[in-house]
Design a protein around this ligand. Structure first.
Ligand code: HEC
Ligand code: HEC
Ligand code: HEC
Ligand code: HEC
Ligand code: HEC
Ligand code: HEC
Ligand code: HEC
Length: 383
């Protein structure tokens, strides 16, 4: 791997933010995609704080979190529309306002607040199966409002934040630069040139636009066509966020799909001793699968449509049938055609994380995530 000056040279000229058009700019011409995308977890993975977006309860009796220290508890309050977390320690208290919601809430949410230009994680998170809980990695029974939200955290959960200062561990950002949600341009790259290209032609008439642009010399560079990239590059467009936490080698948000990701983000090979945690590594798991290794075509979009909300897991069985037949399955003899209804739970089962989050009263929470290592699991053998 290249480091330092050598690595910098191999990187294409840094894209100025001006080449990015922003989240709303695509909807004018791609109305259907923009509409269905609104309901996706990507779009909702960071949101402004509001009663609609925060899933935890602010109702009396449900808005407290006890801790291991009997003199310390947390209270969540709605003060005329502003949502606050307060640590109450005997006579003393410390309150901060929930400013940013991290997580669409499929499993849970964490909250952040601004102190000047610094972004911090609040002590109390929400977990769908348990209500208010200590934030991940939070030491129970303590009062700690000083845990930073790093640029890497936003790089996976947001679309942009302009960092102030150089280091990747800093939590200082230009507040107004924060773009919430994973936008179109995180997967497609900067769209400014693409829009200029198509706006120059019959606006609204997509077919005419394409013909005209092919005949004339293009005034601007178009988007990367994801489908034309080699498979490794296609996977990386998702892997920048789905390949494990990793760390930035370049400033966050400088990687663009189509480029070699390892120049920008270093991903640690997954440690086989460590079980899954709330942050799954779908890329590494999928790459271990024979379906991936022994077909040249499987990518993340073989199964997922990134523009639409996810469907029930079993319904993805039709995707398996694009390459397999039910008869191929070793259990077919015993179970017959009905196996076709749900290949998923046997070959991509939910797995429980060893990560323990202590919830209220020392309750243990173990996130469950979908294994992307498609294989034969012993638990799936019919008896
Ligand atoms: C002024 C209209 C317009 C705007 C705004 C626009 N597009 Fe397009 N886009 C088009 C047209 C026309 C096509 C070609 C359509 C076709 O082939 O069916 C296209 C095609 C695409 C494609 C297919 C691959 C390709 O490069 O041809 C992608 C991906 C895409 N647009 C993404 C985006 C994104 C992301 C944005 C916002 C940053 C955006 N578009 C904004 C008009 C627009
Ligand atoms: C910029 C970071 C980023 C990129 C790029 C990205 N994802 Fe995600 N993805 C996320 C985050 C964060 C979540 C969790 C959203 C949540 O629930 O808060 C997520 C969730 C998902 C989910 C679960 C959605 C659900 O509703 O259950 C799927 C499936 C998924 N991503 C697939 C993909 C695929 C396929 C690609 C590439 C085409 C991709 N992602 C690219 C960050 C990203
Ligand atoms: C490498 C990219 C990455 C980083 C860094 C990252 N996340 Fe995530 N996060 C994801 C993805 C992807 C998911 C979806 C879970 C999965 O993998 O199935 C997720 C899930 C979550 C969820 C659960 C969302 C839901 O709807 O259930 C929360 C909460 C969360 N992350 C908070 C954070 C916080 C806070 C940070 C920083 C301290 C952080 N994450 C750092 C990629 C990332
Ligand atoms: C999570 C990553 C991701 C996000 C977010 C995303 N796309 Fe895509 N998009 C893709 C991928 C991957 C493909 C190629 C699809 C395939 O392989 O079948 C694609 C294909 C397209 C295409 C061409 C094919 C088609 O379906 O018509 C258009 C146009 C497009 N995207 C527009 C958008 C717009 C507009 C947005 C935002 C509203 C958006 N995309 C958000 C990953 C993404
Ligand atoms: C793009 C094509 C493709 C898709 C889609 C696909 N597979 Fe595969 N799969 C393969 C290939 C190729 C192999 C290896 C040769 C063989 O066994 O046919 C394989 C192997 C397997 C194996 C044997 C694994 C082992 O470790 O021995 C199982 C089980 C399997 N697939 C199940 C599934 C299930 C379930 C799905 C849907 C979730 C699926 N596959 C989707 C192509 C695919
Ligand atoms: C009830 C659980 C279950 C369901 C449902 C199921 N499988 Fe399987 N599958 C298994 C088990 C167990 C084996 C290993 C059988 C053996 O070793 O004799 C297997 C084996 C396989 C293999 C490997 C065959 C080989 O020897 O290489 C493939 C491919 C496969 N299944 C595909 C599928 C597909 C596709 C579906 C959905 C149509 C499906 N399976 C549904 C449990 C299941
Ligand atoms: C063979 C089909 C298949 C492929 C290929 C595939 N997935 Fe999935 N994925 C699924 C299924 C099925 C689910 C479960 C959907 C559900 O529960 O709604 C899922 C769920 C997810 C989730 C939610 C995880 C959770 O536990 O909540 C994420 C994130 C995700 N996939 C990302 C990816 C990424 C990134 C890739 C490419 C590296 C990928 N997937 C490739 C079938 C696939």
């Amino acid at each position: 791997m290249l480091t330092g000056a050598a690595a910098k040279q191999t990187i294409s000229t840094a894209t100025s933010r001006k080449e990015y058009a922003g989240a709303e700019a695509c909807a004018t011409c791609h109305q259907n995609i923009a509409q269905s995308y609104l309901g996706t977890a990507h779009n909702r993975t960071t949101m402004a704080a509001s009663r609609a977006n925060v899933q935890g309860s602010f109702d009396a009796g449900k808005n407290d979190l006890e801790t291991l220290d009997p003199t310390l508890h947390f209270r969540m309050e709605d003060r005329s529309g502003e949502l606050w977390q307060t640590a109450v320690l005997g006579e003393k208290s410390h309150s901060e306002r929930i400013d940013v919601v991290v997580g669409s809430g499929r499993n849970g949410q964490t909250y952040a607040y601004w102190k000047g230009d610094r972004l911090f994680e609040l002590p109390v998170s929400y977990w769908r199966d348990a209500g208010w809980v200590n934030s991940p990695g939070y030491l129970d029974g303590t009062e700690d409002f000083d845990r930073p939200i790093t640029a890497r955290c936003l790089e996976c959960h947001a679309s942009y934040a302009k960092a102030i200062g150089e280091t990747t561990i800093s939590n200082r950002f230009e507040k107004t630069s924060l773009e919430l949600g994973v936008s179109c341009e995180r997967c497609h790259g900067p769209g400014g040139g693409h829009i200029a290209l198509h706006s120059a032609h019959a606006a609204g008439d997509e077919t005419a636009g394409v013909k005209a642009s092919a005949e004339e010399s293009a005034p601007a560079t178009d988007l990367v066509d994801i489908n034309k990239l080699v498979r490794e590059r296609q996977i990386e467009a998702c892997g920048q966020c789905h390949g494990g936490l990793g760390k930035d080698l370049q400033p966050a948000f400088s990687y663009k799909p189509g480029e070699a990701m390892d120049q920008f983000i270093h991903l640690d090979p997954p440690d086989p001793r460590i079980n899954v945690d709330v942050h799954g590594n779908q890329v590494a798991m999928l790459e271990r699968s024979r379906c991936y290794a022994e077909s040249s075509t499987m990518t993340c979009t073989t199964c997922h449509n990134p523009h639409e909300p996810e469907r029930a897991a079993a319904s993805y069985s039709t995707k398996c049938m694009e390459c397999h037949e039910a008869k191929q399955c070793g259990e077919y003899a015993k179970l017959g055609e009905k196996i076709a209804e749900n290949c998923i739970d046997c070959h991509m089962p939910m797995q429980t994380s060893k990560l323990i989050e202590s919830g209220e009263d020392g309750k243990e929470l173990r996130p469950r995530i979908r294994s992307h290592w498609i294989k034969v699991y012993d638990i799936a053998r019919a008896r």
